[in-house]
Design a protein around this ligand. Structure first.
Ligand SMILES: *Cc1c(COP(=O)(O)O)cnc(C)c1O
Length: 228
C-alpha cells in the first residue's frame, strides 16, 4: 500500500468516525483512533504519522519492541494483543496503554514491573462477552474480581475495558455485545465509586456499532493499512 493510499484511507476512516459520532449524539473527540499497524512496515506507520496520527496499536512482541525503539518518541503505543506473562516487561516498558489484561497474575506482574521501572501502567481489562472459547479475555463474572484486583494493585491504573466482538456477528449481536460491556462498565463505576472512562471496542468491520455503544478507542488496521 502506498503512503498516499494510507493517507486517503485514514482520512476516510476519520470522516466515518466523525459522522458516526455525530449521528449517535457523541462528541467526536471522545472517540480516539488507534491505527493498528501490526505486520506493516515502519514506512506505513510513518505515512499515517505524517498526517497527524499518533496512536498506534501492535500485538506481537518482537515487532512491537522494534517499532517502539525505531519510530518517533511522541507516538502513543497501544499493546492490543494477548499478553503472555514472560512478555510483560516489554509491554510495560513500551506501552502507553495495555488493552487486553485478563488475569490476576498479569495484573500482579504488571504492577511489580511498572514499580521497578518507576511508572504507573494504564491498563484495560479484556472481556470475553460472547463466551467463545477461541477468544481471550475474562467472563464478566470473572472481570468483577479483576476490577477489584486492578483497583487495589499499586502502579497499575485501571482505565476501563476492551472487547472483541464475535467474528461475523450481525448488527444486532454487535450492539448487544458492545452495550453489554458499556453497561458492565457503568455498574463497576457505581460499585467502586471510580471513573473507568475508556472502552476499547470496534475494529475495521464493526466500529460503527462500537461508537454507537460508547467506544472511546476504536482499533482499526485493515481499513487504513490494507489487508495483512
Ligand atoms: C488486528 C487487531 C485489530 C485490527 O483489526 P482490523 O480488522 O484489521 O481493523 C483490532 N484489535 C485487535 C485486538 C487486533 O488484534
Amino acid at each position: 500500500m502506498t503512503a498516499q493510499a494510507i493517507c486517503e484511507n485514514l482520512e476516510t476512516v476519520r470522516k466515518e468516525i466523525f459522522d458516526c459520532a455525530v449521528k449517535h449524539n457523541r462528541d467526536h473527540e471522545s472517540v480516539k483512533l488507534v491505527a493498528v499497524s501490526k505486520l506493516k512496515p515502519h514506512d506505513a506507520v510513518m505515512a499515517a504519522y505524517g498526517v497527524g496520527q499518533r496512536d498506534f496499536g501492535e500485538n506481537r512482541m518482537p515487532e512491537f519492541v522494534d517499532k517502539h525503539a525505531a519510530l518517533p518518541d511522541d507516538i502513543r503505543w497501544h499493546f492490543i494483543g494477548h499478553l503472555q506473562s514472560n512478555k510483560v516487561r516489554h509491554a510495560v516498558a513500551c506501552s502507553d496503554l495495555i488493552h487486553a489484561v485478563d488475569s490476576a497474575k498479569l495484573i500482579d506482574r504488571i504492577g511489580r514491573i511498572a514499580g521497578e521501572l518507576g511508572k504507573c501502567q494504564p491498563i484495560l481489562l479484556e472481556a470475553n462477552i460472547s463466551g467463545e472459547e477461541s477468544k481471550f479475555g475474562s467472563s464478566l463474572s470473572g472481570l468483577e474480581d479483576l476490577v477489584q484486583k486492578a483497583l487495589s494493585t499499586e502502579n497499575v491504573e485501571l482505565c476501563g475495558f476492551m472487547t472483541m466482538a464475535p467474528f461475523n456477528a450481525g448488527h444486532d449481536e454487535l450492539v448487544k455485545t458492545f452495550s453489554t460491556l458499556r453497561d458492565f462498565r457503568d455498574a463497576m463505576e457505581v460499585r467502586h465509586g471510580v471513573t473507568l472512562p475508556e472502552l476499547s471496542m470496534g475494529m475495521s468491520g464493526d466500529y460503527e456499532e462500537a461508537i454507537e455503544c460508547g467506544a472511546t478507542y476504536v482499533r482499526i488496521g485493515t481499513a487504513i493499512f490494507g489487508a495483512r
